[in-house]
Design a protein around this ligand. Structure first.
Ligand code: SF4
Ligand code: SF4
Length: 134
Protein backbone atom coordinates (compact mmCIF):
# COMPACT_ATOMS: atom_id res chain seq x y z
CA UNK A 1 0.00 0.00 0.00
CA UNK A 2 1.04 3.57 -0.63
CA UNK A 3 -0.23 6.25 1.72
CA UNK A 4 -0.39 9.86 0.68
CA UNK A 5 -1.08 10.91 4.25
CA UNK A 6 1.52 12.37 6.58
CA UNK A 7 4.07 10.16 8.34
CA UNK A 8 1.60 9.51 11.14
CA UNK A 9 -0.99 8.34 8.63
CA UNK A 10 1.45 5.90 7.05
CA UNK A 11 2.24 4.43 10.46
CA UNK A 12 -1.42 4.22 11.41
CA UNK A 13 -2.05 2.12 8.30
CA UNK A 14 1.00 -0.05 9.04
CA UNK A 15 -0.37 -0.73 12.53
CA UNK A 16 -3.80 -1.53 11.14
CA UNK A 17 -2.40 -3.95 8.52
CA UNK A 18 0.61 -5.62 10.21
CA UNK A 19 1.15 -8.16 7.41
CA UNK A 20 1.07 -5.72 4.50
CA UNK A 21 3.89 -3.48 3.33
CA UNK A 22 3.05 0.21 3.53
CA UNK A 23 5.01 2.92 1.76
CA UNK A 24 5.01 6.67 2.24
CA UNK A 25 3.91 8.42 -0.93
CA UNK A 26 4.89 11.80 0.45
CA UNK A 27 7.81 13.22 2.35
CA UNK A 28 6.38 14.79 5.50
CA UNK A 29 8.21 18.00 6.26
CA UNK A 30 6.29 20.08 8.76
CA UNK A 31 3.06 21.58 10.05
CA UNK A 32 2.56 24.45 7.69
CA UNK A 33 0.20 26.38 5.48
CA UNK A 34 -0.06 27.02 1.77
CA UNK A 35 1.25 30.54 1.07
CA UNK A 36 0.68 30.46 -2.66
CA UNK A 37 0.45 27.81 -5.32
CA UNK A 38 3.16 25.20 -4.64
CA UNK A 39 4.68 27.11 -1.70
CA UNK A 40 4.23 25.95 1.90
CA UNK A 41 5.81 27.40 5.01
CA UNK A 42 6.24 25.91 8.46
CA UNK A 43 4.13 27.49 11.17
CA UNK A 44 4.15 25.13 14.17
CA UNK A 45 6.65 22.67 15.67
CA UNK A 46 4.06 21.10 18.00
CA UNK A 47 6.05 22.06 21.08
CA UNK A 48 3.28 20.97 23.45
CA UNK A 49 3.16 24.27 25.34
CA UNK A 50 1.54 26.72 22.95
CA UNK A 51 2.38 30.37 23.55
CA UNK A 52 0.74 31.90 20.50
CA UNK A 53 -1.48 34.18 22.61
CA UNK A 54 1.63 35.92 23.95
CA UNK A 55 2.89 36.70 20.47
CA UNK A 56 -0.20 37.77 18.60
CA UNK A 57 -0.65 34.42 16.92
CA UNK A 58 2.85 34.28 15.41
CA UNK A 59 5.07 31.50 16.66
CA UNK A 60 8.65 32.54 17.45
CA UNK A 61 9.64 28.98 18.23
CA UNK A 62 8.94 27.95 14.67
CA UNK A 63 9.39 31.15 12.71
CA UNK A 64 12.38 32.74 14.44
CA UNK A 65 15.55 30.97 13.35
CA UNK A 66 16.89 31.24 16.91
CA UNK A 67 13.58 30.27 18.55
CA UNK A 68 13.78 33.44 20.65
CA UNK A 69 11.06 34.02 23.22
CA UNK A 70 12.46 37.44 24.11
CA UNK A 71 13.39 38.84 20.74
CA UNK A 72 14.37 40.23 18.43
CA UNK A 73 18.00 39.18 18.19
CA UNK A 74 19.10 42.45 16.63
CA UNK A 75 20.40 40.94 13.44
CA UNK A 76 17.49 41.60 11.12
CA UNK A 77 17.88 43.89 8.13
CA UNK A 78 14.78 45.91 7.35
CA UNK A 79 12.21 43.18 7.93
CA UNK A 80 14.33 40.19 6.90
CA UNK A 81 15.78 37.48 9.14
CA UNK A 82 19.56 37.55 9.29
CA UNK A 83 19.68 33.78 8.96
CA UNK A 84 17.71 33.62 5.72
CA UNK A 85 16.83 36.66 3.65
CA UNK A 86 13.91 34.93 2.02
CA UNK A 87 12.13 34.89 5.39
CA UNK A 88 10.63 37.76 7.31
CA UNK A 89 11.95 38.34 10.81
CA UNK A 90 9.41 36.64 13.06
CA UNK A 91 9.88 39.33 15.67
CA UNK A 92 9.13 42.05 13.16
CA UNK A 93 5.90 40.21 12.41
CA UNK A 94 5.13 39.82 16.11
CA UNK A 95 5.67 43.52 16.74
CA UNK A 96 3.45 44.51 13.82
CA UNK A 97 0.75 42.08 14.80
CA UNK A 98 0.68 43.05 18.49
CA UNK A 99 0.64 46.70 17.45
CA UNK A 100 -2.31 46.10 15.10
CA UNK A 101 -4.38 44.37 17.79
CA UNK A 102 -3.49 46.85 20.53
CA UNK A 103 -1.46 44.41 22.63
CA UNK A 104 2.06 45.80 22.42
CA UNK A 105 2.19 45.78 26.22
CA UNK A 106 2.70 42.02 26.01
CA UNK A 107 6.26 42.74 24.89
CA UNK A 108 7.04 44.40 28.21
CA UNK A 109 6.88 41.02 29.89
CA UNK A 110 10.09 38.96 29.99
CA UNK A 111 9.20 35.45 28.98
CA UNK A 112 10.53 32.85 31.43
CA UNK A 113 12.33 29.77 30.16
CA UNK A 114 9.94 27.55 28.31
CA UNK A 115 8.89 24.14 29.59
CA UNK A 116 10.61 22.02 26.96
CA UNK A 117 9.77 18.79 28.81
CA UNK A 118 6.49 18.87 26.89
CA UNK A 119 8.32 18.98 23.58
CA UNK A 120 9.81 16.13 21.58
CA UNK A 121 13.22 15.76 23.24
CA UNK A 122 12.14 12.82 25.39
CA UNK A 123 11.01 10.75 22.44
CA UNK A 124 7.53 10.19 21.07
CA UNK A 125 4.82 11.85 23.11
CA UNK A 126 1.47 10.54 24.19
CA UNK A 127 -1.76 12.44 24.81
CA UNK A 128 -4.33 10.97 27.18
CA UNK A 129 -7.68 12.76 27.62
CA UNK A 130 -9.93 10.50 29.75
CA UNK A 131 -12.71 13.08 29.69
CA UNK A 132 -13.13 12.42 25.96
CA UNK A 133 -13.95 8.75 26.55
CA UNK A 134 -17.57 7.65 26.35
S1 SF4 B 1 4.07 27.75 20.51
FE1 SF4 B 1 4.38 25.55 20.15
S2 SF4 B 1 2.33 24.69 19.75
FE2 SF4 B 1 2.20 26.95 19.56
S3 SF4 B 1 2.48 27.36 17.37
FE3 SF4 B 1 4.51 27.49 18.33
S4 SF4 B 1 5.41 25.46 18.19
FE4 SF4 B 1 3.23 25.27 17.76
S1 SF4 C 1 16.39 38.18 12.59
FE1 SF4 C 1 14.41 37.90 13.62
S2 SF4 C 1 13.66 35.87 12.97
FE2 SF4 C 1 15.84 35.98 12.45
S3 SF4 C 1 16.89 35.04 14.21
FE3 SF4 C 1 16.83 37.26 14.61
S4 SF4 C 1 14.93 37.62 15.78
FE4 SF4 C 1 14.79 35.56 14.89
Amino acid sequence: MVSFGCGAGVQAIAERFPNKPVYAGLNTNFLGILEEQAVWTEKCMACGDCMLAEFGGICPITRCAKHMLNGPCGGSTTDRCEVAEDRPCAWQLIYKRLSAIGQLDRLEKIQPPKNWSLAWYGGARKLVRPEHRV
